[in-house]
Design a protein around this ligand. Structure first.
Ligand SMILES: NC(=O)c1ccc[n+]([C@@H]2O[C@H](COP(=O)([O-])OP(=O)(O)OC[C@H]3O[C@@H](n4cnc5c(N)ncnc54)[C@H](OP(=O)(O)O)[C@@H]3O)[C@@H](O)[C@H]2O)c1
Length: 368
């Protein structure tokens, strides 16, 4: 409701030829923003995010999609035609290019940073490229936000960033650190930057479910390790988490949603119970279980009803006081000493039947 009032007021002012100052906009305390930019807006997350914002907040003033490939943008523009969504803008640009980011962020108040190189083997084989996009790109996004008067920023992270063992995870950890630390250098800018970290997105490109669905036809599902577990989240749940972070962040949090795990053997049984399941061995850069909050992170982590929040270490501030402030704001409590949030020790598990239902709902409606 407040968000709607804010956007309407913004429009009314604009129609009168004036413009609302950032301070006045903030007073409406937006649940969802008015002038938004998403890097990687043509990716799986980006498309779902854009769809959700346009459905829930049709009066959004401007929504900029920032990415490199014109074909993906062309296809997205077909799905979201300008006649129906005049607020959509497609900007070709690379997060490695700070000037372009600055130009794209003119007048923007909220940024979601989803652009990344995210394939583990690609990162191992092309390490410099991965660092340029995931680390230097993150730095450019932050610098452009600081220079452009942006007030809210959420960057996407991954479970692979917690105690990383591959370059992709390591670059995302660097990115997380940059976004968290940027709250220390914001100076007089009224900006809050935070991170949302989650695990495997159900059915995303290159992930195990589409891989098994394809391999089912051959009668064989290769299993890397029978003990393997993963966290599972749907795209829509990921979008909800980012909207929640935009709305609730004090700045510097790493938000980790409480989500279920699955066992790889249960996924194989859900997709191809009749298939052979030879064990082929773990691949380079893979873990048996993924982690989202490590035991070390736990010292500065709070639990709320829906998520864990890794609280930032704020420069020159008493950490106990900071923890108390974040606990109060997020209605949470510190996790016990020695806690870790690990897909193998999760208390919430998807059964074979639940995996089948989720595949039907989120991956392939015709799956039988
Ligand atoms: N999918 C998952 O399972 C998962 C799990 C946890 C976290 N995440 C995180 O969620 C975010 C979004 O993932 P996704 O699944 O939506 O990825 P995706 O489908 O591969 O999309 C990536 C997007 O980033 C853009 N991009 C890549 N490099 C870029 C660059 N240098 N400059 C500008 N745009 C660039 C791509 O478009 P162009 O190629 O046209 O530039 C595309 O729009 C990532 O940060 C990822 O690390 C994903």
């Amino acid at each position: 409701m407040l968000a709607r009032q804010g956007c309407v007021a913004y429009k009314r002012e604009a129609n009168r030829g004036g413009s609302l100052s950032l301070e006045r906009i903030r007073r409406f305390d937006f649940m969802t923003p008015c002038r938004l930019l998403i890097t990687g807006g043509t990716g799986s997350f980006g498309k779902e995010f854009v769809k959700t914002v346009l459905e829930r907040q049709p009066e959004t003033e401007r929504l900029v999609i920032f990415s490199r490939d014109e074909l993906k943008q062309f296809e997205m523009a077909q799905a979201f035609p300008a006649s129906k969504y005049p607020q959509l803008r497609f900007f070709i640009g690379d997060v490695r290019d700070k000037e372009r980011l600055m130009r794209a962020m003119e007048g923007i108040d909220t940024v979601v940073h989803a652009a990344a190189l995210k394939q583990v083997p690609t990162a191992e084989y092309n390490p410099f490229e991965c660092i340029k996009t995931n680390v230097l790109g993150a730095e450019n996004v932050i610098e452009a936000c600081l220079a452009s008067g942006v007030s809210r920023v959420v960057a996407l992270s991954t479970d692979k960033a917690a105690a990383p063992i591959n370059l992709y995870g390591a670059t995302k950890l660097c990115s997380d650190k940059l976004f968290v630390a940027a709250n220390n250098i914001r100076g007089r800018h009224n900006i809050k930057l935070s991170v949302v970290r989650y695990g495997n997105v159900m059915g995303s490109r290159g992930s195990v479910i589409p891989f098994f669905m394809e391999r089912r036809k051959t009668g064989t599902l290769p299993i890397t390790d029978t003990r393997m577990t993963r966290f599972n989240i749907t795209l829509q749940e990921g979008v909800e988490m980012v909207l929640h972070a935009l709305e609730r962040s004090l700045g510097g949090e790493i938000f980790v949603p409480k989500i279920p795990s699955y066992r790889i053997m249960d996924v194989a049984d859900a997709i191809g119970p009749e298939c052979d399941k030879p064990v082929v061995g773990i691949r380079a850069g893979e873990k048996i279980h993924e982690e989202m909050v490590t035991e070390t992170d736990a010292l500065q982590t709070i639990a709320t009803a829906k998520d864990y929040i890794i609280v930032p270490m704020l420069h020159l501030k008493d950490q106990q006081q900071v923890m108390a402030e974040y606990c109060k704001h997020h209605s949470g409590a510190p996790v016990p000493e020695g806690f870790s949030y690990n897909s193998g020790r999760n208390t919430d598990w998807l059964s074979v039947d639940q995996i089948r239902d989720l595949i039907r709902q989120h991956v392939d409606a015709s799956f039988a």
